[in-house]
Design a binder for this molecule. Structure first.
Ligand code: GRF
Length: 200
């Protein structure tokens, strides 16, 4: 059974969808560890309620960035993690962790990358920009994590049609529903070999 760590910062709805998929058996993995840079994140609380190991790692616990990087890598190593999934994690991954888990770190982004990605493109900002640009469709991207925001190889995408009366909030809700399905589906395809991860 593959061991998964989920990195979160806020609400944790994608994390909960992944936990559900594991519980239902549609994702042949177990969520062994949830790490957040935000000690008060709802995601940490939800994971604790499900008896999943959690950790708060941030500049508050480790003011020195290199020490934080080493602490994250050591914690992941100690749980013998196979894949790291970023689900709303807002911080850059340190170089030691990134190289130790190169090719096994995956992010979800609420747009059709490369459009509407990169620094500052998170949360409602994405959906506001998509509507502002007059796009007819948006969607979800699952991609490899490399050193840059939202730049890694794309593993899966699914489109969401934008209705004339969509607001950033209504669009965010539609996209989030697709996220909750596509993330677990894509990780399962990696586990069963129907998606081959790039050598990176
Ligand atoms: C999601 O929209 C995800 O695509 C993005 O951050 C958001 C996290 O939401 N990376 P949640 O914490 O999983 O509810």
């Amino acid at each position: 059974m593959k061991k998964i760590a989920v990195l979160v910062s806020g609400r944790g709805s994608n994390m909960l969808a992944l936990i559900d998929a594991c519980e239902q058996g549609t994702l042949a993995a177990s969520i062994e560890l949830v790490i957040s840079n935000n000690a008060d994140s709802l995601a940490l609380l939800s994971a604790q309620k499900k008896n999943i190991n959690t950790a708060h790692l941030s500049s508050r616990t480790h003011p020195d960035p290199d020490a934080l990087d080493i602490a994250m890598k050591d914690l992941l190593d100690s749980y013998k993690i196979d894949f790291i999934l970023l689900a709303g994690f807002m911080k850059k991954i340190g170089p030691k962790t990134l190289s130790a888990y190169k090719g096994r770190m995956i992010n979800i982004h609420p747009s059709l990358l490369p459009k509407f990605g990169g620094q500052g493109m998170f949360g409602l900002n994405v959906h506001e920009a998509v509507i502002e640009a007059g796009e007819k469709e948006t969607g979800v991207t699952i991609h490899m994590v490399d050193g840059e925001y939202d730049k890694g190889a794309i593993l899966a995408q699914r489109t969401v049609v934008i209705a004339k009366d969509d607001t950033p909030e209504s669009l965010a809700a539609k996209v989030l529903q697709v996220e909750h399905v596509l993330f677990a589906e894509t990780i399962q395809k990696i586990i069963d070999g129907s998606i081959i991860l790039p050598a990176n």
